[in-house]
Design a protein around this ligand. Structure first.
Ligand code: GTP
Ligand code: MG
Length: 440
């Protein structure tokens, strides 16, 4: 009889943060361990790796081979994830006599992370207050939220007027490159259809902020809820419906993970402006809150017990896409320092957890350029011939600035550099260190 040590690992982060590439590269290195440069602690070797997805529906299984094929043959990145996927694999470690390791991974569309606060708050009123606190604390929301705030203050508010205004404000946030769009079906609907570019009006009229046309909802401030209890009741009803149908199934699954990998795409936060940074930071806090909440316990007791009650024991904060910043900024520890500065509060929420910090590139795809502060890579935009091009990149700041605008920092998406021979996994930085943390 085989004895197994099983680890559940959830890979999380906002949309486009690198989750799918991370998992694809990791599985590629494990499956081709003999030709990978992966170093396991104690110089152990991986023997007999194989996938074991017999417990999963084929449609739910992370399409590793398809993603590897995209990276190796088509020389392009995997398509964005539109549904939740699982992947299980097993192997034996050369230094373990009696045990086999089974790993169970989860990958999902990053848009759903914006619903972490819905998972964390069983009550609609608490969720509304939480969201309005975030809007009020961050002035970069002011412009996009004006439409909704005016509708809240306007004469004779109706459900229809409020929903139309909230959708318009959400569309403004999307155009402002902000990831905290909740309910997340507005951004990625249940059929996996993402938003096509367009004006805020076009986006607002094409999308819903609820599971269907008749079950939409929006957050309401406390005074408004008091003055218009019938509207608040209706939104609360559809909030609970949405939470039960769409949010809890995913977050329940995530909360079973012992190891949480939180990917943070620092180049995109710098390139996207301070609003994107503030949102991403809040989303990490919401996620940790959501994964620890046990709704069956009283609030005070749950605060004390929830960590021990939850299966979550390890968290890896990972700064991804390290190949998109200057090598000197990775070597000097600047990238790592920005990751720590951003997520220190999240760390302090979990004093009992084993928390580590990593910088990584799942698929290293650039080289240092000849000019100072430059890289060479196959730029994705305006490069139909897929030529290698030298391009300038902003040095990382030592600390997150007080404020910055989109385009104050420049980082560029490149095509993947991989081998067509699938026996040779992608070049990487730090993937094996993260893997050792996951399994040991
Ligand atoms: N240069 C470089 N780019 C990367 C790397 N990993 C991811 N990327 C880029 O980031 C994009 C998004 O990566 P994904 O893995 O699809 O992101 P995701 O978090 O799964 O996104 P969703 O599926 O939308 O939630 C890719 O299309 C690449 O352009 C990396 O290691 N190096
Ligand atoms: Mg993905």
């Amino acid at each position: 009889m085989k004895l197994y040590k099983t680890s559940k690992i959830a890979i999380t982060g906002i949309a486009g943060g690198g989750k799918t590439v991370f998992l694809s590269s990791l599985l590629w290195h494990l499956s081709e361990f003999e030709s990978s440069d992966f170093a396991l602690d104690g110089q152990a070797k991986i023997r007999g790796w194989h996938e074991n997805n017999s417990g999963h529906d084929i449609n739910d299984t992370f399409p590793f081979e398809k993603h590897r094929d995209a990276l190796s043959r088509a020389k392009d990145w995997p398509k964005k994830t539109t549904d939740s996927y699982r992947f299980s694999c097993e192997y034996r470690r050369s230094d373990w006599k009696h045990f086999y390791q089974r790993l169970e991974f989860t990958d999902f569309p990053g848009e759903r992370i914006a619903d972490a606060a819905i998972a964390a708050h069983s009550g609609y009123a608490q969720w509304s207050d939480h969201l309005f606190r975030h809007y009020n604390d961050n002035h970069d929301y002011d412009a996009a939220m004006t439409t909704y705030n005016q509708a809240l203050l306007g004469p004779e508010p109706t459900v229809e007027k409020l929903l139309a205004a909230y959708r318009l404000s959400l569309a403004g946030l999307i155009l402002g490159y902000k990831p905290l769009i909740s309910p997340s079906v507005f951004l990625l609907d249940q059929k996996g259809r993402a938003i096509e570019s367009g004006t805020d009006q076009a986006i607002a009229s094409a999308r819903l902020c609820g599971l269907d046309n008749d079950s939409q909802f929006a957050p309401l401030p406390a005074e408004f809820r008091q003055e218009h209890p019938e509207i608040a009741r209706e939104f609360a009803h559809y909030y609970r419906y949405y939470r039960k149908q769409l949010v809890l199934p995913l977050f329940d699954e995530l909360s079973q993970a012992q190891t949480l990998i939180i990917l943070v795409d620092i180049p995109s936060l710098l390139a996207g402006g301070v609003g994107r940074y503030n949102d991403n930071r809040q989303l990490v806090l919401d996620l940790i809150e959501a994964l620890q909440t046990d709704s069956t316990l009283g609030r005070k007791l749950s605060r004390i017990l929830r960590f021990w009650n939850s299966s979550l024991k390890k968290i890896a904060f990972v700064a991804t896409k390290a190949d998109l910043v200057l090598p000197a900024d990775v070597e000097s520890g600047r990238l790592m320092s920005l990751l720590r500065q951003m997520n220190n509060r999240a760390k302090n929420l979990l004093p009992e957890a084993d928390i580590r910090w990593f910088t990584c590139s799942a698929c290293w795809s650039t080289m240092p350029g000849k000019a100072p502060d430059s890289l060479i890579g196959k730029l994705r935009a305006d490069n139909p011939q897929r030529n290698e091009i030298e391009f300038a990149v902003s040095p990382l700041p030592e600390a997150w600035p007080k404020s910055w605008q989109p385009d104050d920092f420049h980082y560029y998406s490149v095509l993947p550099t991989t081998s067509q021979n699938i026996q040779i996994p992608p070049e990487h930085l730090g993937m094996d260190r993260i893997f050792n943390f996951m399994i040991n």
